[in-house]
Design a protein around this ligand. Structure first.
Ligand code: ADP
Ligand code: MG
Length: 314
């Protein structure tokens, strides 16, 4: 890997392990997760409940410390940051959106006051130049720009308690971007809204990604929503299981409108030791019951098949 390649990845995660220790129990929440995210990417992480999605997002967001492995975000080694560096990291490098927006919004303040709130903890205003649109270094102007971007400009002076759940979530997204972070992390951001609102919120993420150049990682268990981004990574049991790349021209509105106009390629993830995880459904279809499979190379393909019955027994 050359220097440029390294710098162009905003997230580099290798063999990440997280063990939660409670008094009489150890939970292996992440068991060797591998993931690389390029700067400027908009991607989704899917997986069943309990698969480790939130744990992973919390590690990237600096909210919790990983147990082992390697995790570099925006050139910073998250294993090496001290407490003070971690505070700065959370303030300037990442923005967070949760399912439950009550976690970051104040109901008695207006939309624009809410968005300006994190700016007052900020040492300096930090405009970035990697997007098409440049945010202002004036705090109020920047807050208004962000509210426009999430489609809430017309409600800037409304108190939060007057807004619907979906509208509040859009304000929460603007707030997460208040200090112009390079990376926006969203944990089930559409978990509490109806399908139409969820779809609208996904469009907002797309717009922000395009206009500001912000890298966005969205965690969701909704496979339909995941179709709205170019790349989807599936986590199973704390490990990266497969990757889907949507083959679709995003500028082609016609192909977006018709559901059948896109194809999704699924790739199994190959880790550094050359291991792939074969989904249980496929093994069942092959009739593999033991712990052996036959591997053959044939005409540019690696063929995995069930071993003959007597070999399996030995
Ligand atoms: N603070 C914690 N203490 C102990 N176990 C935890 C904690 N947080 C999560 N877990 C466990 O780690 C696993 C992954 O959880 P989580 O990351 O929340 O999954 P997801 O977000 O995909 O639903 C689960 O088995 C969960 O019970
Ligand atoms: Mg979760």
């Amino acid at each position: 890997m050359n220097e440029t390649a390294v710098r162009d990845n905003i997230i580099e995660c290798q063999d990440l392990v997280k063990i939660y220790k409670t008094r009489d129990l150890e939970v292996l929440a992440l068991q060797g997760l591998e993931l690389t995210v390029a700067r400027g990417e908009l991607m989704a992480i899917i997986g069943n409940s309990g698969s480790g999605k939130s744990t992973f997002l919390n590690m990237i967001g600096g909210l919790d410390r990983p147990s082992a492995g390697r995790l570099i975000v925006d050139g910073k080694d998250l294993f090496k940051l001290d407490e003070k560096q971690l505070v700065d990291y959370k303030r300037y490098t990442v923005g967070f959106v949760w399912q439950n927006n009550a976690r970051n919004l104040l109901p008695y303040l207006t939309a624009v006051q809410n968005v300006m709130m994190p700016m007052s903890f900020c040492k300096a205003d930090m405009p970035r130049e990697d997007g098409a649109l440049q945010l202002s270094d004036n705090r109020r102007t920047r807050a208004l720009q962000l509210l426009e971007l999430v489609g809430m400009g017309h409600r800037k002076n409304s108190r939060l308690q007057m807004l619907s759940g979906g509208e509040q979530q859009r304000v929460a997204i603007a707030l997460a971007l208040a200090n112009n972070p390079k990376l926006l992390l969203a944990d089930e951001p559409t978990g509490s809204v109806d399908a139409a609102t969820a779809s609208y919120i996904l469009d907002v993420f797309r717009e922000l990604n395009r206009e500001l150049g912000t890298t966005i990682v969205i965690v969701t268990h909704d496979r339909m929503l995941a179709k709205k981004v170019e790349r989807v990574v599936a986590i199973r049991d704390g490990k990266t299981a497969s990757e889907f790349i949507v083959k679709r021209d995003l500028s082609d509105v016609a192909s977006l409108a018709e559901e059948g106009g896109e194809t999704q390629d699924e790739f199994a993830v190959l880790d550094r030791a050359g291991r792939v995880q074969i989904p249980r459904e496929l093994l069942d279809r092959l009739g593999v019951n033991g712990n052996k499979v036959r591997l053959e190379y044939s005409e540019g393909r690696v063929v995995i098949s069930a071993p003959p019955a007597e070999e399996e027994k030995s």
